[in-house]
Design a protein around this ligand. Structure first.
Ligand SMILES: [Zn+2]
Length: 241
């Protein structure tokens, strides 16, 4: 704080505090991190981070409560702090190269990319970056974005593309009108219009058709009855991360 190079160390409860010998400013290793306000030991936090990042389908607050031996309330708060950290980490991710995009819905009777316009669901855009595979075909997804949006109107999707996609992108979409405006934000837009709409049978939409199912299983398996509209952004960011 003041440039002095000596401090005294003391304990207050579980916390180890460092006090500057020059100006008596007190600090700890947690200050300025997401652990700052928490009373849980750091080892509990690190175990939680390990469990959450290793689980393919996410971990519920209930599972964290059992695995970490903490209260449900503490587990819920810990989980949501980590989800927020994931959300902030992913917020600026920009996709480039070949990117498949599609509109999808979270919540309601079922998640996934069917039932366009269904009421009570949270609309979001799926975007998947893939690379050409040297052996032909496409690579598995490199990065994804799952962005909750208020609607799929042209202006909404144009703003989204400006933020989420590099200018030098080949965007692959179906015939949804909103994607025309999004396509205008990037160099190339491949529009695959199919009648009747059966994009699930087309190779160019392979990942767009696979990911919503994974997402649905992940959220259904770990987040029973969570409030979709309130927490959609966090759970989507967790899946994206
Ligand atoms: Zn000082």
């Amino acid at each position: 704080q003041c440039g002095h190079d000596h401090c005294t160390v003391f304990r207050r409860g579980q916390q180890r505090l460092y006090q500057c010998s020059g100006c008596h400013h007190q600090t700890s290793l947690r200050v300025g991190t997401l652990f700052q306000a928490s009373k849980l030991p750091l080892t509990t936090w690190f175990l939680a981070i390990y469990l959450i990042t290793q689980a393919k389908n996410g971990v519920s607050a209930l599972e964290l409560m059992r695995s970490l031996g903490i209260s449900w309330r503490a587990a819920w708060r810990l989980k949501h702090k980590l989800l927020r950290a994931m959300q902030e980490r992913e917020a600026d991710r920009v996709l480039r190269g070949r990117v498949e995009v599609d509109d999808a819905y979270l919540g309601g009777a079922r998640s996934g990319n069917r039932g366009r316009g269904a009421a009570g669901k949270r609309p979001f855009v799926i975007a998947v970056e893939t690379r050409p595979n040297p052996e032909g075909g496409l690579s598995p997804p490199v990065y994804v974005r799952f962005d909750p949006l208020p609607d799929f109107r042209q202006t909404t999707l144009a703003h989204w593309a400006e933020r989420a996609l590099d200018v030098d992108t080949l965007m692959v979409s179906d015939g949804l009108a909103g994607f025309l405006a999004a396509g205008a934000q990037v160099t190339y837009h491949q529009r695959v219009v199919v009648h009747p709409r059966k994009s699930s049978e087309l190779d160019c939409f392979h990942w767009i058709n696979t990911l919503p199912g994974n997402l649905k299983n992940s959220i259904r398996g770990t987040c029973h009855g969570f409030k979709v509209r309130k927490y959609a952004a966090r759970y989507l960011a967790e899946a994206q991360y």
